[in-house]
Design a protein around this ligand. Sequence first.
Ligand code: MN
Length: 420
Amino acid sequence: MIRSFIEISPESHFPIQNLPYGVFRPKSGGEGRVGVAIGEYVLDLSVVDEAGLFVDTSVGGKRLFHQSSLNAFMALGKEAWGEVRSQVQRLLRADEPTLRDHTVLRNTALLRQSDVQMLLPAQIGDYTDFYASKEHATNVGIMFRGKENALMPNWLHLPVGYHGRASSVVLSGTDVRRPKGQMKSPDAAAPHFGACRQLDFELEMGWFIGPGNHREEAIAVENAEDQIFGLVLVNDWSARDIQSWEYQPLGPFLAKNFATSISPWVVPLEALEPFRVACPNQEPEPLPYLRAQGKSSFDIRLEVHLQGAGMAEPQRIATSNFQHLYWSMAQQIAHHTVAGCNLRPGDLLASGTISGPEKESRGCLLELAWRGTEPIELGNGEKRVWLEDGDQLTLTGWCQGDGYRIGFGEVTGHVLPAFE
Ligand code: MN
């Protein structure tokens, strides 16, 4: 196992095997630039480039990392990503003196994460949210339509999705204000306007698109993974009462577009390779354009933690896994583009709520508290059916290796009361 000259604990999310990309600004001042997380540090790639250390790569000297977004780097594609990753990994190795023994350079290039402010990793042109967990779709279907009609007739044949809102994708740590909107309870004669009462989270993962495709040139399922720059955690905040009134026939709108939170570190697909697993068996067999060979999912443990305003510490309320997803990322990309839609560098695609077969693996409060009928108990005697003002909701996730973790850090957010 390769090691870094930087001390890293086995529980750290950011060992030398991970090397996720992010955009940051030193708290002491300066412009946004691209960095890589290593242990409790950030390696400033603009400094690495400035020092001429990206030798023999196609990116060296191009000031790709002196930018406050990863879009230009994402656009270059898999080969360039691989070059940068192997150079960064080499520079951080325990047996590589370039940074290790050069005090001035090391101190300029490596900043403590506590001394930087993270920014959104990309300029997100478009955001699409799928609905790729069979357990989630089934549970929601049972609640809203009954057991007989739980899955819609299309669900097993295509990855259902909708176009989300990119402008309100926010970085982890951003407060989320309870939205206001129009709602109508089933027994009410008319709708009313007010603060949402059924605020929920959704445990999801998202992936950033690399080079993308031209319009009318679909991305084939067997090439779709080449388009995945890396993955983040996603909390797709949802106002269930607004949603249930507005969603027919065109799908969610204001119930979802007030905020979507993402984690700051983008974990490269390459870092996840050792954790590749098969998707669940797909029966009936999908149409040819969605048929893929080999393992196309990943074993990523996911957790949800909730801390109410009156709680001394957060409590874990759900544990799931990325590999529960029925449709793979590659299938979702292939489907997204098959009718001619173009994806662009920095586009964000998300999985939809990742629920598993167990009760504790349900990825949102709608399912965990079964539409308000089964309150979840918190350690201090409090209960929850929906999120309350002052709640802090945190998603985290990692792949467990032998003595190391490929982690995603976390995505967190506080719920603020609605505006008066
Ligand atoms: Mn969602």
